[in-house]
Ligand binder design. Sequence first.
Ligand code: SF4
Length: 407
Amino acid sequence: MTRKHTILKASEIFGESTPQEQMHASSDQGGTDTIDAPSAISAIRQSGLVGMGGAGYPTWKKLAKSYSVVIANAAECEPLLEHNVARLETDSDRVVSGLVLAMKIVGASRGIVAIKSKNTDALDALTASVRTFNDAHPSGPLLSVSLLEDRYPVGDARAVVRDVLGTLIAPTAHTSSVDALLLNVETLLRIHEVLLENRPVATKDITVAGLIDGSGYEHDTSLVLYDVPIGTTIRQVLDALHIATPGPDDQLLLGGPYMGDAARLDDPIAATSGGIMIAGPELRDRGPVGIIVCACGASQDRLTAIVDAEGAQLAGTVTCKNVVTLPDGRLKCANPGICPGQAQAVLALKKQGAASLLISHCTDCTNTVMQIAPKLGMRVHHATDAYLRAGGEHLIRAHRISQTTHQ
Ligand code: SF4
């Protein structure tokens, strides 16, 4: 099921045009055919563009190497976030232009857009843009669309490479090891804006979702805000949207319900910020609670904070057996979203006295937790529950619908 979203321009809610909009009149610096790689890399370096999908790695550094394929990551993996899908609906030609520019800069002969088939409006617009480009360039480079399953974390970089190219790379390896460069939708849009429209990188698209009382929209709608000036605070965004200020018991996240960070009202929107999520209290359970830590979900600190916030007793903490700890301490999944089975972890926590579980698992692993925990009389909570409930969405639980995606 697709989620409802409404697109608002920052100028509409803040009452003044953003640097992106002010520069619109000076757009059109030539087409993708005229691009010169060294000058393009230099312009992108000067713009300060970083990966806008979350990692924040400088884009010019990514573009300074050669690759045979560039993949546009349009998975929009996190629940409630809708701004990348929205951009494909309204600006697919410019996103595809950014993809072609990136391909020319790195010398790639193939460009692939990876998108969930459920996002039909975005998929239609994208398919039309890709067809137009391919028809106009019969001798290449070639663009194509690859359909992704609707499950979390299908947008993880290694999951995208696995599902699109058929190669599972090691947790310690980078996507460059399979000669592929991955860039997210908004990063590609900004590449187009910097190189062909002479626009600065000064704004960020975000999604606001959850308890949006006062905005005039229902909770089951995600508010997509185009071009919010970077540095705008969460408080300024909520005030401009007339959203009631979250109370002391409410929760605020900067990012999506899975991977977002606990935030405060005066935190600024950064180039990597995905969204503002507002929810009520996260856990009404005195425990004892057992935590299972995942590589692709809420951190152990966030999970522990959820338990502490309600004064619940912590029975113990275990880690999904797919988790690999890198030398720098980061957690990676051995095979993102393909569950190794969670029975062992659930039984271990039961043995430690857990009456309930708090997880932040991928769709597949949540499924396996739900196959055993309720039979043992254990209540199951997911770190995303409060946000999905606030946003009028189904909770992440048993997932019985066939996930087969036809290309
Ligand atoms: S297999 Fe485990 S570590 Fe990997 S995504 Fe699922 S829950 Fe997370």
